[in-house]
Ligand binder design. Sequence first.
Ligand SMILES: CCC[C@@H]1OC(=O)[C@@H](C)C[C@H](C)CCCCC(=O)CCC[C@@H](CC)/C=C/C=C(\COC)CC[C@@H](O)[C@@H](O)C[C@H](O)CNC1=O
Length: 163
Amino acid sequence: MNKKYNLSVMIPIGLFLIIMDQLSKWIIVKTMNVGDSFSVIGNILEITSHRNNGAAWGMLQNQMIFFYIITVIVLLAILYFFKQDAAFKPVMQLGLTLIFAGAVGNFIDRLFRGSVVDFIDTKIINYDFPIFNIADSCLTIGVIVLLYEILVNENKEKKHADI
Ligand SMILES: CCC[C@@H]1OC(=O)[C@@H](C)C[C@H](C)CCCCC(=O)CCC[C@@H](CC)/C=C/C=C(\COC)CC[C@@H](O)[C@@H](O)C[C@H](O)CNC1=O
């Protein structure tokens, strides 16, 4: 049955992702020195202990106050859009939940560690992709899910409008 808000699904998913993100970062901090690295799958996937004082690709180094402000705005915007736009849209609720969990995960790092712990070191198609973490993955997948939902939904609405 299609509930207005699937909070009984979204809240556990969000909490699980935040816990997995923080647990993985805790293990990296406790068991590896910054710069340590070991291979998981050849040189395609390695675990490298890294810290990032900036945003993606290390942009805006040491602008923590800016990151706090942006993150609070992102979190408030997600709560607003969840309530205003995501009613009866479980896919949109999932996308927003993923982004919320990712933003909280990196926010916790920025607040309590002063930098973000990264450790997933992949070489995607020989491009040495920046080292990232589970929170970044949630953010990126959440953005993709949200874009998909908006694009698909717009097409549906257009079709109904054309009829
Ligand atoms: C994922 C957003 C970055 C994340 O934003 C956050 O925390 C949010 C909640 C707060 C930021 C202060 C504001 C958003 C900045 C948006 C941005 O930067 C454009 C990004 C596009 C994105 C497509 C959506 C590409 C993806 C990149 C990466 C992730 O690949 C999976 C590489 C991650 C590595 O550079 C890693 O060192 C980053 C480090 O972990 C800190 N992470 C952040 O700042």
